[in-house]
Design a protein. Structure first.
Length: 85
């Protein structure tokens, strides 16, 4: 699943994604603050942030896009298992 919200982020949508069983989520954000908030929600919902890539697509400006890859972690008896890399 991919989400690419406006600058305000995807707070409500990310809460629903965090409760889902979607195995892989890619989030795009144009605001680092809302990306951090949305990422924290996904992580609290059992996702692991595997990678963040900054994309400087607006030369000569301070704006940067962030692309994050999140993977749902398998749970066994209340513990989160880490997948080998």
């Amino acid at each position: 699943m991919v989400f690419d919200p406006p600058r305000a982020g995807a707070e409500a949508q990310v809460r629903r994604i965090a409760e889902s069983k979607v195995p892989l989520v890619v989030g795009v954000a144009c605001d680092p603050g809302t990306f951090a908030r949305d990422a924290a929600t996904l992580i609290a919902g059992g996702y692991r942030l595997e990678r963040v890539t900054p994309v400087d697509q607006f030369a000569w400006s301070a704006h940067v896009e962030l692309v994050g890859v999140f993977r749902k972690q398998a749970k066994v008896t209340g513990r989160t298992l880490r997948r080998p890399r």
